[in-house]
Design a binder for this molecule. Structure first.
Ligand SMILES: NC(=O)c1ccc[n+]([C@@H]2O[C@H](COP(=O)([O-])OP(=O)(O)OC[C@H]3O[C@@H](n4cnc5c(N)ncnc54)[C@H](OP(=O)(O)O)[C@@H]3O)[C@@H](O)[C@H]2O)c1
Length: 301
């Protein structure tokens, strides 16, 4: 008898050039147990030697071709329209990608009987009474959150096997694209620039590699359903920024505390938010690093 766990798992990472996609790609690319295929909207992969194809998830035929050709056991979808403010003014595009794209993926995931792992956000909540468990009732206050909640619902009704991983405030190493929040703070303070940071948005910032490890455990334990993954501490964005400055020996006086309303952003933000991770801790042995441990792992100079 063949032990199916001895056969290489075929993993398809969608959105592999994104912030999270990159770290998942690097992680699974190093595994001898995995045959990896990566797809993203750009023409080329951030790592040239990968098995890579260009894909726009809103194009059903493209999604069909990629999934039916590769026939993955596991599909990890990180592709999304993630600009929270632009989602208010570019509603049609946000919906087309975040909902239409996910409908396409979940349909073909069901067709090939794959396990779909998809990412969602604490922005599906209103931020009046956080932190939230997996059972709390969503009530998005912005369009991005509405599209992400609709993406969750479209997966639930698709019939595919799925895990929805809700996370918040990702930070960590990324080689390609914009710097993450920690690097942005360090760069700005090193240049002596003042930065205005909100004191009234609370969450548990999530180190990307902790999230990648959680995804690996979800695959290992074949866990389905909804899982919250987040950092160890519920903390305001301002206090998190102070911790960055302190750890990297930078001038805390350059960090100006402000309330969210002063930013006049197009999209409302959930303020008292964050994600409780007890379910992941008990069911997949999830354990986030401390904030300072994650800074040391980032190796920023
Ligand atoms: N970052 C956070 O703090 C955070 C918090 C909670 C949840 N999440 C969720 O986690 C997931 C990953 O987030 P992230 O921070 O890694 O986002 P990201 O860096 O913006 O990555 C998303 C990727 O999807 C690509 N993409 C956009 N439209 C596409 C399309 N039509 N077809 C294929 N690819 C497309 C983007 O390409 P372009 O950049 O070229 O558009 C980008 O490479 C998302 O589902 C997000 O909602 C993130």
């Amino acid at each position: 008898m063949i032990d199916s766990d001895l056969i290489k798992k075929r993993i398809l990472i969608i959105g592999s050039n994104g912030m999270l996609g990159q770290r998942l790609t690097e992680f699974f690319n190093n595994s001898t147990q995995v045959e990896l295929m990566c797809v993203s909207v750009e023409e080329n992969s951030f790592i040239p030697e990968l098995q890579y194809k260009q894909l726009d998830i809103s194009q059903k035929n493209q999604v069909r071709q990629i999934i039916l050709d590769f026939f993955p056991d596991i599909i990890i979808n990180t592709a999304a329209f993630t600009n929270v403010d632009k989602s208010e003014t570019e509603k049609e595009t946000a919906w087309k990608i975040n909902v239409g794209g996910v409908e396409n993926i979940s349909f073909y995931s069901w067709t090939v009987d794959a396990h779909l792992i998809h990412f969602s956000t604490d922005y599906i909540f209103d931020g009046k009474n956080g932190p939230y468990t997996e059972e709390d009732k969503p009530n998005p206050i912005g369009y991005y959150g509405r599209t992400k909640l609709a993406s969750e619902n479209s997966i639930r009704v698709s019939g595919t096997r799925y895990t929805i991983v809700r996370t918040n405030i990702l930070y960590g190493p990324s080689k390609y694209g914009r710097p993450d929040f920690v690097k942005w703070v360090v760069n700005s303070l090193q240049k002596g620039e003042k930065i205005r940071i909100v004191t009234d948005q609370i969450g548990n910032p999530t180190y990307i590699d902790d999230l990648v490890n959680a995804v690996n455990k979800i695959i290992e334990f074949k866990k389905e359903g909804i899982f919250n993954i987040g950092g160890r501490e519920m903390i305001s964005r301002y206090d998190f920024t102070l911790r960055i400055a302190k750890y990297f020996g930078l001038d805390e006086k350059l960090i100006i505390p402000i309330p969210t309303k002063e930013l006049n952003q197009p999209a409302a933000r959930p303020l008292k938010s964050g994600l409780i991770t007890i379910k992941a801790e008990t069911e997949i042995g999830f354990k986030a690093h401390t904030i300072e441990e994650t800074f040391s792992l980032m190796k920023i100079e």
